[in-house]
Design a protein around this ligand. Sequence first.
Ligand code: DSN
Length: 437
Amino acid sequence: MGGGMASSWAALGPHPGYFTDDLAAADPEVHEAMLGELRRQQDQIELIASENVVSLASLGALGSVMTNKTVEGYPGRRYYGGAEFADRVESLAIERAKRLFGCAFANVQPHSGSQANQAVYLALLKPGDTILAMALSAGGHLSHGAAPNISGKWLRAVHYGVRPDDGLIDLDEVERLARQHKPRLIIAGGSAYPRVIDFARFGAIAKAVGATLLVDMAHFAGLVAGGVHPDPLPHADVVTATTYKNLRGGRGGLILTNDGELARRIDQAIFPGVQGSVLLNAVAAKAVCLGEALKPQFKAYAQAVLDNARALAGALMERDVDIVSGGTDTPLMLADLRARGLTGDAASRCLEAAGLTCNKNAVPFDDQPPSVTSGVRFGVAATTTRGFGTTEFAAIGAMIADVLDAMNDGPISGHTAEVREKVRALCRDFPIYPDLE
Ligand code: DSN
């Protein structure tokens, strides 16, 4: 363009409101849905184990100008210019992850726990290689070789389960399967296993058969960070985690290791292997939540999560709700509803109607399909964040049992409506995001 003539686009002037209107003004339809979600979160007791309530600081990072920036590669080794602050924020996240978990290397780019696991597979395995992991039906995870997942399609997955009598991992079975199938990778960890895993024994089994050990600590990373759960890093070659469960951050994954050569391969597997450009706003939020987890208060939070999980499991068992393995060592627990003749699908719907949000979940040896299930999974991390303690969780256990007891009266009985009012009252006592209204 020359001669001082503005292009027709420039002559139009700034897009009205583009840099000044907030969401409410710019897009009332999306804003209304978001407001509805805010009110739902304020008004329901959140018991989904893979959720939490992030700090306003994390929300600020997630909704920041970092979302505008494209970078590929790693700090100091980018394929795009203008990366000074991207490098700074990713380096902060890496340094904080290493400090928090006491490890030598951290990759903070995985968009999710599944992609963290995929990167470990790409770094270590070839298509058709054998892995040994906990079955999804026993409390494992889709990305650990389940048939419909890419991990189950591209790898030969052998699965171990839990014992029928106590719901615990049978380590002798793990060892037998490892010796029989000689997997290249063994995975410990899952999404519905509530107990401490014997990482030392897993490490010994992996060593004995020449396998690499991956611990997926997505569901207890916050407890490890807070020092109230055994640390898998001394026993595992590589550890994956998510940031959005009990680590109390925005969505995303982490990969941790003390092995330099493995770290190099994992970095390459994340980029350019399974991901492209970095979600820098998510990485900034990871830096924020890892910074929060390094503060002394986080230890108190982790202890409260564990205490609350045990209080909830205890209250449920007192009311004759079967809890798989008879309790929990983690933020989650699994209720087996078979003795009550209820399905997980029906129970989770009734509980949601009462303001108690949870998810249907298969229990070990379940004969219902995954869309129905015989169980519900409860997690305490989100509601602990809003300040609930053991007294409130004992009350929540009683409310859950009241709803389950009342289910024979119909899907939304009068009793369920009574529970809904109690839930509202409790939520009012422990407000979240008062300034976001
Ligand atoms: N892995 C899923 C869960 O446990 O709910 C999502 O994080």
